[in-house]
Write a protein that binds this ligand. Structure first.
Ligand code: 5BU
Length: 335
């Protein structure tokens, strides 16, 4: 039901603040491209984020593929990535595919070494263990949001107090607001040379978290049948304040008020020099479709591309080619 609506219109209709933000970002950047940054070192990850940031709206991580992931919350890999994300305007999506009982997924999401909730705007869940996994993550997401708002309020009132005391406002409150974007102890000018905010016309991502439910997979012979997919849609509707949409191969918006996003992996373009060539799988179960098919015919909103871009001779040029193809397919779809 949303296939012919513009992203801008859907941004207005969406009730999830992060969905609305992302749709506006897509409109602003003319991009429906998510980079799957499947590399093995933190430097490779950060350098891809820096060079491809202008072309993408989401950067998808598998943090556990990074051999030297630095867990420090203010100076580590996630904090540095978040800083780049803020500069170029893209969201961070940890493709964690949680898949356990509710209690365990909550702990995996909020605690442990990675503390994913602290740095990933978006994560995803494999709903095979049942709807409780989604409910539990939604609960953890809501708690996180409440805690952040509380900290923000405390920070702001402490600031006011300090101002009243005639002292200079502490930086603490500022870092509380934007610690996901700005490491507490490293001023923007330090470390990497970020300079001016590249992105204009859009505010910082809201202090929100969102979830994608793995409703359909791209891999050959996967076991996600229609009954499972339907249950995913039901669960999304039940938690629409936290669930932004699906990882799926087609749009799953079936009712008038469904405003879910469909993000789709398994996407490749034929080589630039032979645009009519067929796209095949990777020989390890992955199946590929073109942006034209996924966005244009299946109603996907965002294409997720990994090796098609990162293994290219020039990833910057290739990312731009994917951005363009994805966007053209969207424009044709809504025309
Ligand atoms: P590729 O290099 O474009 O094939 O990478 C695809 C990425 O998307 C990779 O990180 C997978 O883990 C991820 N993926 C997928 O390929 N298919 C799926 O159905 C899901 C995730 Br869910």
């Amino acid at each position: 039901v949303t296939a012919r609506q513009s992203y801008a219109l859907r941004a207005e209709k969406a009730t999830h603040p992060l969905t609305s933000y992302l749709l506006r970002l897509m409109t602003l950047k003319s991009s429906n491209l998510c980079l799957s940054a499947d590399v093995s070192t933190a430097n490779q990850l950060l350098s891809l984020a820096n060079s491809l940031g202008p072309a993408i709206v989401v950067l998808k991580t598998h943090y556990d593929l990074i051999s030297n992931w630095d867990y420090n919350p203010s100076t580590g890999t996630a904090a540095r990535l978040a800083r780049i994300a803020r500069r170029h305007g893209f969201l961070i999506f940890e493709d964690r595919k949680f898949g356990d009982i509710g209690n365990t997924v909550q702990l995996q999401y909020t605690e442990g070494t990675a503390r994913i909730v602290e740095w990933a705007n978006i994560t995803n869940v494999n709903m095979v263990p049942g709807k409780a996994a989604v409910d539990a993550l939604a609960e953890a997401g809501r708690k996180w949001r409440e805690r952040k708002r509380y900290e923000l309020n405390v920070g702001l009132s402490a600031d006011r107090q300090r101002e009243r005391d005639g002292r200079k406002a502490s930086i603490v409150s500022i870092t509380t607001v934007s610690q996901h974007f700005e490491p507490a102890n490293s001023p923007r000018s330090g470390g990497e040379d970020f300079g001016e905010e590249v992105l204009r016309g859009i505010e910082e991502a809201p202090l929100e978290r969102g979830l994608l439910i793995l409703a359909q997979m791209s891999s050959k012979g996967n076991f996600m049948n229609k009954e499972y997919t339907d249950a995913c849609v039901e669960s999304a509707r039940e938690n629409s304040d936290f669930v932004m949409g699906f990882i799926a191969q087609e749009s799953l918006n079936r009712q008038e008020d469904d405003q879910f996003l469909c993000m789709t992996p398994g996407c490749q373009l034929p080589p630039a020099e032979d645009e009519d060539a067929e796209v095949k799988g990777d020989g390890k179960g992955q199946q590929y479709n073109t942006p034209q098919k996924l966005i244009g015919q299946m109603g996907a909103d965002i294409i997720i591309v990994g090796r098609g871009i990162i293994k290219a001779a020039d990833p910057i040029i290739e990312a731009e080619r994917y951005r363009q193809k994805g966007w053209e397919a969207y424009e044709e779809r809504i025309a």
